[in-house]
Design a protein around this ligand. Structure first.
Ligand code: AP5
Length: 196
């Protein structure tokens, strides 16, 4: 099973590249941001609670997203693997994911970390905000808060995964196709080392 985490700050291209990766490697895309937006669209209680935090650029509680991921893993027993996008975002979430995947006997094979400068992240998100309808894409203060949440709560995960020798760094500030080529090279190296 090929389980990959796409790691990086808001606007670094995780969602864009996840779509390309799942179609090339026939994997299932699991984006906690998309799952939460679906809950908001369906006006569920969970969605309404999450919206209050998401609109301010803050993370939702670990238990909420871990529960959603657990449901999706159970719902896709014959998947060839998963691309986790926007999850895990805290060390607690990473530990929970390791535990869940241990149960499925299918650990994370690689954590692909996208690097993009803060100026470019802000530009990309505000540009998308003109059409996305996402409240958290609309102004610079919220975007900066999302990046701050990333720096304080999510970036420490890089150390967690480098400790497991799974972290692979990729420059994300290039054309989408060029970034995709680099990501595929990293994935192919993982596949080659697993088949040895
Ligand atoms: P989420 O939906 O995960 O948003 P995010 O991480 O802030 O990510 P984005 O979707 O903004 O960026 P991305 O890296 O996917 O880039 P994308 O490909 O879209 O989370 C939203 C909120 O939900 C969080 O703030 C939090 O409240 C909550 N949440 C979600 N998961 C959670 C969790 N696990 N724990 C707790 N809370 C959670 O690209 C961005 C833009 O750039 C697009 O317009 C794209 O077209 C463009 N672009 C992409 N690549 C390039 C490129 N190479 N060159 C130029 N433009 C590019």
């Amino acid at each position: 099973m090929l389980n990959i985490v796409l790691f990086g700050p808001p606007g670094s291209g995780k969602g864009t590249q996840a779509e390309n990766i799942i179609s090339k490697y026939h994997l299932v895309h699991l984006s906690t941001g998309d799952m939460l937006r679906a809950e908001i669209a369906a006006q569920t209680k969970l969605g309404m609670e999450a919206k209050k935090l998401m609109d301010k650029g803050e993370l939702v509680p670990d238990s909420v997203v871990v529960g959603m991921i657990e449901n999706k893993l159970d719902a896709n027993p014959s998947a060839a693997g998963f691309v986790f996008d926007g999850f895990p975002r805290t060390v607690k979430q990473a530990e929970a994911l390791d535990e869940l995947l241990e149960r499925h006997k299918a650990p994370i094979k690689a954590v692909l970390s996208l690097h993009v400068s803060e100026d470019e992240l802000t530009r990309r998100i505000l540009r998308r905000g003109a059409t996305s309808g996402r409240a958290d894409d609309q102004n610079e203060t919220i975007v900066k808060n999302r990046v701050l949440e990333y720096r304080t709560k999510t970036e420490p995960l890089a150390k967690y995964y480098s400790g497991q020798a799974k972290l692979r760094e990729v420059t994300g500030e290039r054309a989408v196709e060029e970034v995709f080529t680099s990501l595929c090279q990293e994935i192919d190296k993982v596949l080659a080392s697993n088949s040895r």
